[in-house]
Design a protein around this ligand. Structure first.
Ligand code: GLU
Length: 315
C-alpha cells in the first residue's frame, strides 16, 4: 500500500499553497440557507484533511471546522441498508441511474415508471433508504445509525447536531411531500414521520474533515480499515457506493467532476466533500460557499487542481 508521500510527493509542504490558490473563489459562492441553521456556515472557510493507510495525516486551512454531513451521509446510510437487507431488496426500492436533475427534484418520480427514486443519493432515494434501516424501535434505529457512523469514522465522539436536525425538520415541506409520494407508491411502508426522522438525523451528524477523510479511507480500501486492520463493510457494497459517487455524488455536476477530477466523491449542502484515492488516501474537504449546483465552489476547484497536478483520475 502506497504511503501518502509516495502517491502525493511534496503535498504536505505545499498544502497551504493549494488552499490559497482556491480560497478566493469562496467569495463567489453562497452558503446554503434553505435549512436556516446551515446559514451560520463560514462563507470564507476552506479546509482539507488527508489520511493514508498508515495513519499519516496532512491538513490545511480550516480543516478543523465542524459541519453537518448532510448528503454525504447518504453514501453510508446506503451501506447500512445494504448490510441490513442485501442488494435485491435495496434495489427494489431505488434505481441505479443518475437523474441529471437537482438533488431535491421530484420531477422523475412521477414521470418515469415504476415510481421509485432513480438512485439512493438524491433526496427521494435517500429517504427510501432511510426507511430500510432496521431497529426494534425508532430510538434503536437512531442508535444504530450513530453507532455505524462512529464505527466507520473511528470517532466515538460523533453525534447528532440537534439544532440542525430541528432546523431541517421545521423546513422540510419538499422532503415531506416526496416521502408521502413514496408512501403512496408503496416504496415506503412505515410512517413518513419516522422515516424522515432517521433521514434528518443522519444528515445532521456533526463531523470534521478528518472524519470525512477516515470514512473516505475505508471506501478507498473497499471496506477494509487499514488503520485498525479490520473489514468493516463488505467489498461489494463499497463498490456499489463508489459507483454511485462517480455517477451521482456531485449532484447534477457529477459528469463534470468526473471529467475534471475523476475521483469518486460525495458532497453535501453544508459544503463538505468526501473523496478518496483508491487503495491509498481518504480526503475530506470543507468550504461552505456553494456554487450554483450546490457543491462547495472552492472545494471543487481545490480537488480538480490536486487531481490534475497529481494525475489522480481513475479513468
Ligand atoms: N438534508 C438535506 C436535505 O434533505 C441534504 C441535502 C444535501 O446535502 O444535498 O435537503
Amino acid at each position: 500500500m502506497p504511503k501518502m508521500e509516495e502517491r502525493l510527493p511534496h503535498l504536505v509542504e505545499q498544502l497551504d499553497g493549494w488552499i490559497e490558490k482556491s480560497k478566493s473563489l469562496c467569495q463567489h459562492g453562497k452558503v446554503a440557507s434553505y435549512i436556516p441553521e446551515l446559514a451560520k456556515g463560514n462563507q470564507a472557510a476552506l479546509g482539507i484533511h488527508l489520511i493514508d493507510g498508515y495513519g499519516n495525516e496532512a491538513m490545511a486551512g480550516d480543516a478543523s471546522t465542524v459541519f453537518t454531513l448532510q448528503s454525504i451521509s447518504k453514501v453510508f446510510s446506503l451501506l447500512l441498508a445494504l448490510m441490513d437487507h442485501g442488494e435485491q431488496l435495496v434495489f427494489d426500492k431505488v434505481g441505479m441511474e443518475p437523474t441529471g436533475d437537482s438533488f431535491n427534484s421530484m420531477l422523475k418520480l412521477e414521470l418515469v415508471q415504476p415510481g421509485i427514486p432513480f438512485n439512493p443519493l438524491i433526496n427521494a432515494g435517500a429517504i427510501a433508504i432511510s426507511s430500510l434501516i432496521t431497529g426494534a424501535s425508532q430510538q434503536h434505529k437512531l442508535d444504530r445509525v450513530l453507532d455505524f457512523f462512529r464505527l466507520i469514522s473511528g470517532n466515538e465522539q460523533l453525534n447528532y447536531n440537534e439544532a440542525v436536525y430541528q432546523s431541517e425538520l421545521q423546513t422540510a415541506d419538499l422532503n415531506r411531500s416526496m416521502a408521502y409520494f413514496l408512501k403512496d407508491k408503496g416504496v415506503i411502508e412505515q410512517s413518513v414521520d419516522d422515516v424522515l426522522d432517521v433521514y434528518f438525523h443522519h444528515c445532521s451528524i456533526d463531523a470534521t474533515c478528518k472524519d470525512l477523510a477516515r470514512m473516505g479511507l475505508l471506501l478507498a480500501y473497499n471496506g477494509y480499515d487499514p488503520i485498525r486492520g479490520k473489514q468493516l463493510v463488505p467489498k461489494r457494497y463499497v463498490q456499489i457506493a463508489k459507483s454511485f459517487m462517480v455517477t451521482c455524488g456531485m449532484y447534477n455536476a457529477s459528469g463534470q467532476f468526473a471529467i475534471q477530477a475523476g475521483i469518486p466523491a460525495k458532497s453535501g449542502v453544508s459544503g463538505g466533500i468526501l473523496t478518496l484515492i483508491p487503495g491509498a488516501v481518504g480526503i475530506g474537504v470543507i468550504g461552505p460557499a456553494l456554487n450554483s449546483k450546490g457543491n462547495s465552489i472552492a472545494g471543487v476547484d481545490l480537488l480538480e487542481k490536486l487531481s490534475q497536478h497529481y494525475d489522480l483520475s481513475i479513468f
